[in-house]
Design a protein around this ligand. Sequence first.
Ligand code: ADP
Ligand code: MG
Length: 361
Amino acid sequence: MANLEFKSVSKSFGKTIVVEDLNLRIKDGELFVLLGPSGCGKSTILRLIAGLEYMDEGEILIDGRVINNIAPKDRNVAMVFQNYALYPHMTIYDNLAFPLKVKKVPADDIREMVRKQAGLLGLTELLERKPKTLSGGQRQRVALGRALVRNPSVFLFDEPLSNLDAKLRVSTRAEISSLQRTLNATMIYVTHDQEEALSLGDRIAILNEGRIQQIGTPQEIYDKPTNVFTASFVGSPRINLLEAKISDDCQMIIGKDVTLPIAESWRGLMENGRPDSIILGIRPENIFYQRNTKDDLVLAAEILHTEFAGDRHILFCRLGDEELRVKSGKVAPSSEGEKIKLFVNPQDCLLFDGKNGKRIL
Ligand code: ADP
Ligand code: MG
């Protein structure tokens, strides 16, 4: 397996900058996730690695060797796509064998390698069938197998689970994760699905408009987002981002008319030149209904409506002129229009600079 490095890579299509000054190191044996909204440049980055697209500037290195001028077929990377891209007229066996035949591997070796991968992926019973007779999940496993038989140094996954239904997505995700640990393979996995990214990635890079917003472990990204984009892209229901100001008498004023005392843990920040405007970030699970511990801030809110989510309720509340999403426990207030008190510990709040969106606490 291999490590992979991007050095100041840029790519434009016409006047549109799609990847801008990308610097990244992916470690040997790492499952690295590129997460970002549709159109942010994820597929383009994979295509640059595979050699299906030329970069305008910069270098990509695999194991320290610059691959810019190496032909795609000699890069030893394998790509798995959302739409499987299987050969419809070939059997599953032939689909799996195809990349080996192209490499002129001896027939006996091909048979053995295909049997081995088929066994590993639970495809043995399906080898004589054609792709169209398989379910989406089975087809995706064939696509995975076809990448595996090549024994590449880097695997590239481009939203491989998007065509599967929810249940299959979760089980295939677990398979990919366990396969990755078994093979100890270097994998770059592209998705727009934050839940998939958090559950799969050793590390995640969050992209927006061709630029990396943050690189970190799932926990780091979730707990310590660098800016409001990252904070709001990860987590469901979405984090609450409340526009606020600090008044001269050191109160936090949310929206027009909600006032909170400045928490002790925020004071340091206020002393080093307080920002004109602030965005107060509170994740829905950090707001409590029926709790009041010593340091909690109290928010007087009104329930707009509630959503039942099995193990919990999501409350949509009004706080001044802002809407607040709250993940409550099993017990939830039921009546819409009810005035309630909500509690939040200042330690669980994130503060962002209102001007540039960067996290300041
Ligand atoms: P993602 O995979 O994150 O959805 P892509 O990498 O596919 O994003 O595309 C990023 C941007 O580049 C999009 O705006 C897309 O329209 C544009 N783009 C991608 N490929 C081409 C191309 N071959 N020619 C022109 N524009 C392209
Ligand atoms: Mg894409």
